[in-house]
Design a protein around this ligand. Structure first.
Ligand code: ATP
Ligand code: MG
Ligand code: MG
Length: 387
């Protein structure tokens, strides 16, 4: 029995473990939290810090190949592992995804062939940078270059005084100031690429964010204008290829008005791993993003995913476990009574507001039916309806 390892024990690691075990692999998870969602379902759980030498040695001893489930694994830890084991994605690719400036520089290079570039932006690493930031970037969003997720490490700024205050508020760390764009839509594309350069992709996902956190993903056949979808897929493939990427990669896009009927694409950021906007692939496709992560890591064939159902994914944040300051149990029985609902709970004990506790995917034969049931599920759970 071969063993596959994963750095990180969150819900993405847990779904990776499930997919790996289904294919007959053993798994090892390295996560400092002894009760982590992935560690609890894995064959082996190494509960040390990510850069602990003994922990890394144990992981290498157990595993033939190792992947990562969050982008903030210390790059040095991945390099240590990569010196002795197959690591996918590789440390260089993860290092680019860890740093918004490096990431945007990579997007800008790819834009010369794909035509899809990042939002106008500037590096902010000093008071002089604050003073010199182009006026055209305001109003903007100041984002820490590293370690942000779910909208954390971001401040909206309307003018230069606010920018100066935001940079202090974020701890005077290296940041990126991005122009705040009027978003018409948000999309994402997930690809899986093998060590041999073979690559497959999922269809374009449409994402709704609330408070900087993904709330709803909808994937219906042909729901995105074909030319826009093709361009997003081509841009994602180019971003992966130019990085010599191996594994599952998700790229997030904005759609902005440019006077054309469909609007124009701007590339936002990438995640060097399966993505929250791809969770519906477990239930609506004949191969999931997690199975493709396993296949890419193990050097098994990648196949083009086929969508067999229209799908809506609702994120279940910790807020749903509270009403008027009192703990409540969401109406699971009501949701499960709706045909085509697939409930996934991650086994996290503490339901903090904004924390990703689980998701529910609603599948149906048609987009209209999936939407209608998803809205019904949302009502039962206390999730606000969406346009
Ligand atoms: P994730 O959890 O996806 O990694 P993150 O914390 O890295 O999130 P971003 O993806 O940079 O954050 O931004 C979160 C959301 O904030 C975006 O999906 C979008 O809704 C909004 N947003 C970010 N940048 C911009 C921008 N330049 N203009 C307008 N809205 C933006
Ligand atoms: Mg991000
Ligand atoms: Mg994002």
């Amino acid at each position: 029995l071969a063993t596959l390892g994963v750095m990180g024990g969150g819900q993405l690691g847990r779904m990776f473990v499930h997919a790996a075990q289904a294919l007959g692999f053993q798994t090892a998870v390295l996560d400092p939290d002894p009760t982590s969602p992935a560690g609890r379902v894995s064959d082996y759980h190494i509960a040390t810090a990510y850069d602990d030498e003994q922990g890394l040695a144990q992981l290498m001893q157990r595993c033939e190949a190792i992947t990562t489930e969050f982008e903030n694994v210390p790059a040095s830890a991945l390099s240590t592992l990569a010196a002795q084991r197959r690591v996918a994605p590789g440390p260089q690719a993860v290092a680019v995804a860890q740093d918004r400036l490096a990431e945007k520089a990579h997007f800008a290079v790819c834009a010369t062939t794909t035509g899809v570039g990042p939002a106008p932006h500037a590096a902010i690493a000093s008071e002089a940078d604050v003073a010199a930031a182009p006026e055209a970037l305001l109003p903007g969003i100041l984002k820490t270059a590293r370690l942000g997720y779910d909208g954390k490490g971001q401040v909206r700024v309307d003018n230069r005084a606010a920018l100066a205050a935001a940079w202090v508020q974020l701890g005077r760390v290296p940041c990126v100031l991005e122009q705040r764009l009027a978003l018409r839509d948000e999309l994402s594309v997930i690809v899986a690429r093998g060590a041999d350069g073979s690559m497959v992709h999922f269809p374009v996902q449409r994402n709704l964010h609330r408070g900087g956190i993904l709330a709803v993903t909808e994937v219906y056949p042909d729901h995105i204008p074909a030319a826009l979808a093709e361009q997003a897929i081509a841009a994602t493939r180019a971003i992966a290829t130019e990085l010599h990427y191996v594994g599952v990669l998700c790229v997030e896009f904005f759609v902005v008005d440019d006077g054309s009927r469909d609007g124009a694409l701007v590339v936002n950021e990438m995640a060097p791993r399966p993505h929250n906007s791809g969770h519906h692939t477990i239930d609506a496709f004949d191969v999931s993003q997690f199975e493709l992560q396993v296949r890419a890591l193990a050097g098994l064939p990648l196949v083009t995913p086929r969508q067999h159902s229209a799908a809506v994914m609702l994120n279940l944040l910790g807020d749903l476990w509270w009403r008027n300051g009192q703990p409540v149990t969401p109406n699971w029985a009501g949701v499960l009574a709706l045909p085509g609902t697939h409930l996934h709970l991650y086994g996290k004990h503490e339901a903090r507001p904004g924390r990703k506790m689980g998701h529910v995917t609603i599948t149906a034969a048609t987009a209209a039916a999936a939407r209608e049931r998803a809205l019904a599920a949302a009502t039962l759970l206390g999730i606000a309806p969406w346009p």
